[in-house]
Design a protein around this ligand. Sequence first.
Ligand code: SAH
Length: 251
Amino acid sequence: MILKAKKHFGQHFLINENIANNIAESLNLNICKNIIEIGPGKGVLTKYLIQKNANIKLIEIDIDCINVIKEKFENIDVIHNDFLQINLSEINFKEYSIIGNFPYNISSQILFKVLENRNNIRELVGMFQKEVSDRICSKPKSKKYGILSVLIQAYFDCENLFNVSPDNFHPIPKVNSSVIRLSRNEVKDLGCDHDHFIKVVKGAFSQRRKKLKNALKNFTNLNHVKLKHLMSKRAEELNVSDFIKLTNIIS
Ligand code: SAH
């Protein structure tokens, strides 16, 4: 069946088999054999995952893609749903890794969902728009360092693996892509309230050019002695542990 790509589902199908194989190879099956693939499309990655003898579940929003997948692979477990709507605790994997050449229009939402489910996720290997991958992996004092960098790096070790140019997709996207690996770190508890942490990080970066004492004006206890040296800094100068300290003091 010939499938016309659907723009509203962010469909850019990977057409380079080597890259598909490299993405699948980047997942550490020794850590976890349960794999969820988000947006398998026509199954270019799925094919290599199947060869790896893993327990695979696919989540795909587009019924036309699902029909192609079911034609290609026997006995494959496909859930026809929007990944963002699924309650992942109902998937009968206690722990799992996530893989995908993700729909770029919902990258941030996917990452926030990964954060919510962080305690069941061992690893994520995926392709994002390069700009998003760079943001996730960047370190303090870089212009790209922002909300996602801090929140993801609090719970995951992040590696930029390789770049993929637009001509490896059909249709050709307007942006460059890159594949990253997020490995869940040992942190079960940050040492501060997780939801408050998110609010503080978002607040600090909402006006990233301002010093924290101004950017965080809506919070209280900013004058605490322990925060004196942080308040004259900007959000992009703080590392994860600075944000944890901040979260524990301000309210
Ligand atoms: N992995 C395939 C397809 C990538 S395109 C490949 O590399 O060729 C992105 C895929 O995500 C498409 O198949 C699209 O239908 C699917 N998709 C888009 N939004 C989705 C969502 N909210 N939940 C699940 N799948 C989604």
